[in-house]
Design a protein around this ligand. Sequence first.
Ligand SMILES: C[S@@+](CC[C@H](N)C(=O)[O-])C[C@H]1O[C@@H](n2cnc3c(N)ncnc32)[C@H](O)[C@@H]1O
Length: 154
Amino acid sequence: MAKYTDRIRKLASYVDAGESVADIGPDHGYLSIWLIREGVSPRVIMTDVAEGPLKIARGNAEKYGVTDLRLGDGLAPLAPGEVDTVVIAGMGGETIIGIMEADPEKTASFPKYILQPRTKTAELRSWLAERYEIVEDIVAEERGRPCPVIVVRT
Ligand SMILES: C[S@@+](CC[C@H](N)C(=O)[O-])C[C@H]1O[C@@H](n2cnc3c(N)ncnc32)[C@H](O)[C@@H]1O
């Protein structure tokens, strides 16, 4: 079953109890499963641009009652304001920027973002600082690798 690494636990720790969450690019879906299993989030939506990863996430998550999985690019599968918090984790900083700048009005309709870039962290941080309020900026760990986690409010 899921490996709840320090990185996954830190990502989950920034979701407040009762918040609905969209997990963009969930891959295995471990974060979403954790949020539902631990009773943190009443509702989690997983979206991915590719059908393959979404299938893996569906296989892992359905037995925990996470059944809202949507195919599509970035925030496109979500309605404006549909969730309290958006998680975009395990992607390049430039991909995260691309997702957030595709439709700025829609991006601003979600109050909180939990971001975990794999690359280009400095660029992402500067881009975010010009537009949003950075409320947390820490480094988690996974398999000996540092994993930055940045939380912003829109
Ligand atoms: C390395 S996995 C990250 C998995 C998980 N979020 C984590 O942190 O462990 C990246 C996932 O993001 C998806 N992805 C990449 N670009 C995307 C985009 N623009 N919109 C939605 N999903 C995307 C990929 O298909 C892949 O499943």
